[in-house]
Design a protein around this ligand. Structure first.
Ligand SMILES: [Zn+2]
Length: 380
């Protein structure tokens, strides 16, 4: 199949053939009618697949129930771990596939899956297998991250669990490793250890750091060779410049910050210092049940003081870099994979029209995979 997007480009097979304004002889013609044409979005930090939701917990949180009390009532990551353990494979995959579809309709053409709700060796093996099944089922390109060090399983100690993590790393087929560094979870020493494990396996190191407290984990992550440090709401000011100078992305998660009434990551300062800044949904049932990258862009622009163009780069080429896919996706260039969005508006409207889905047509690998029902007139 060849697709011409009038005024922009032509695809051939699964590639962008040329930025030639659209070949009139192409088999399918798409009329952008003044809407912008942008690269498909890349969501480099999600927690799919998971089971169920935690809406009651969100209501408790916003009405002022302390976190310790929510945890005492059985909330938190342990709650999602129980839900996952109690759900059939088919049910988990159905929920995750529906969410991936929702993301697709909001422009996400590449995304990450993580483990982390298994909370036992067997549980993590199962979640990894579910993530691999999901990767084979969804229409998007995906990468799978082993977040074996997400929470310390009940009855275990962090040091002891890291031994199990090392065993999982040795046997697991993952594209990256991740860890949650926080006073209630894992320490900077565990981060260093996971860095060594990642190097040994030749996979990228990612790290959830500085979400609720300033633990000075960023220098440790940089020393360990991290590909990305994610969250950063409590980033120490002295760590901005070293992060900006490193080959490491700052992955900011404004959906989690907004819904959790967390502190704000220093997004403007990081960009001004020259850091590679990336946005992601952090889609998970606890802190960020958000699937829409356009919504995340809107939050980032308002709260970090970013331009629309800065937010767009943060969900395309720079997000692709985090997943090691920037040579393949994330920009509109001849030879790259034809993952292309036609918007119903200029790209500058994405953050401004908060809550509006600007995506009219989604092309993945040179195939039109979704047309918004009111936008079918664009295709001929
Ligand atoms: Zn996360």
């Amino acid at each position: 199949m060849t697709i011409a997007i009038t005024g922009h480009l032509t695809t051939e097979g699964d590639r962008i053939a040329a930025l030639d304004g659209g070949d009139p002889r192409a088999s399918v013609q798409v009329d952008p009618a003044g809407g912008d044409v942008v690269p498909g979005f890349v969501d480099c930090h999600t927690h799919l697949p998971f089971a169920g939701w935690r809406a009651e917990e969100y209501e408790q949180k916003v009405t002022g129930v302390p976190y310790e009390e929510i945890a005492r009532r059985g909330g938190g990551i342990a709650s999602s771990a129980r839900a996952l353990a109690g759900a059939s494979d088919a049910a988990v995959l159905a929920q995750a596939e529906a969410l991936a579809d929702e993301m697709l309709r909001h422009g996400t053409t590449t995304l990450e899956f993580k483990t982390g709700y298994g909370l036992s060796v067997e549980g993590e093996r199962r979640q990894l297998a579910l993530a691999r099944s999901l990767a084979a089922r969804v229409q998007q390109t995906s990468r799978v991250t082993g977040l074996f060090a997400h929470a310390v399983p009940p009855g275990s100690e962090a040091d002891e669990w890291m031994e199990r993590v090392a065993e999982l790393v040795a046997e697991a087929d993952v594209d990256a490793l991740d860890i949650y560094v926080e006073s209630v979870a894992f320490s900077n020493e565990h981060l260093t250890r996971l860095g060594a494990l990642a190097r040994g396996r030749g996979v990228a190191l990612r790290a959830h750091v500085e979400q609720f407290n300033t633990n000075r984990s960023v220098p440790v992550a940089l020393q360990a060779g991290a590909r990305s440090v994610d969250h950063l709401a409590c980033l120490h000011p002295d760590d901005v410049a070293p992060l900006a100078a490193a080959e490491c992305a700052a992955v900011l998660l404004p959906g989690a910050e907004f819904l959790g009434a967390e502190r704000l990551a220093p997004g403007r300062e990081l960009l001004d210092a020259g850091a590679r800044c990336v946005l992601a949904t952090d889609c998970n049932p606890g802190t960020s049940p958000v699937a829409s990258l356009p919504l995340v862009m809107g939050l980032a622009v308002r709260r970090y003081g970013w331009t629309a163009a800065e937010a767009l780069a943060a969900v395309t080429i720079d997000a692709a870099w985090v997943l090691g896919l920037d040579a393949e996706v994330g920009s509109l260039e001849a030879g790259k994979r034809a993952d292309v969005l036609v918007l119903d508006c200029p790209a500058g409207h994405i953050p401004y029209r908060l809550g509006h889905n600007p995506v009219a047509v989604v092309v993945i690998g040179g195939e039109i995979v979704w047309v918004r029902p009111d936008q079918e007139w664009r295709i001929s």
